[in-house]
Design a protein around this ligand. Structure first.
Ligand code: ADP
Ligand code: MG
Length: 142
């Protein structure tokens, strides 16, 4: 699935729509540079699944949990993480695929340790300043 958005709000809206396709145990892996719109997308998802949460990049804490209406959301930032040992150390495997839904920024850094049945969300800057190309690839059940 491919989308083009032209504002932060539009990316949030795509995230909000996408939220309705998610269920317990899902893992959403984001790809894309700094400022692409990964956190913005997660904010859109959270507006539906965890309406009262304040979503920001979990850069310094590695993981932030939002209390969802039905299920918890685990928001990871892997910017400073690499390799299985570190992933294990931050408790990644206790959260991902468990009782909630995991969202992973900078998935590039942990690509080899990610499960296969995930949903990939690739966000890149388009030709114009506020343009973004969002490609969602659902590997669940493939
Ligand atoms: P990331 O988490 O990928 O580093 P953020 O979501 O934190 O990115 O930031 C995206 C930045 O890009 C914000 O400042 C936002 O206002 C800006 N922006 C401009 N156009 C868009 C768009 N179409 N979608 C998402 N963000 C956009
Ligand atoms: Mg971010």
């Amino acid at each position: 699935m491919k989308y083009i958005t032209r504002s932060e709000k539009e990316t949030e809206n795509i995230g909000a729509q996408f939220a309705k396709t998610l269920k317990r145990g899902d893992i959403v892996a984001f790809y894309g540079d700094l400022g692409a719109g990964k956190t913005t997308f997660v904010r859109g998802v959270a507006s539906v699944l965890a309406p009262n949460s304040y979503v920001q990049s979990p850069t310094f804490t590695v993981m932030i949990e939002y209390e969802g209406e039905q299920i918890p959301l685990y928001h990871f930032d892997m910017y400073r993480i690499s390799g299985y040992e570190e992933l294990y150390g931050i408790g990644f495997f206790d959260y991902a695929g468990g009782d909630g839904i995991a969202f992973i920024e900078w998935s590039e850094n942990i690509e080899e340790d990610l499960p296969k049945d995930i949903i990939k969300v690739d966000i890149r800057k388009g030709e114009n300043e506020n343009e973004r190309e969002i490609t969602i690839t659902d590997m669940r059940g493939v």
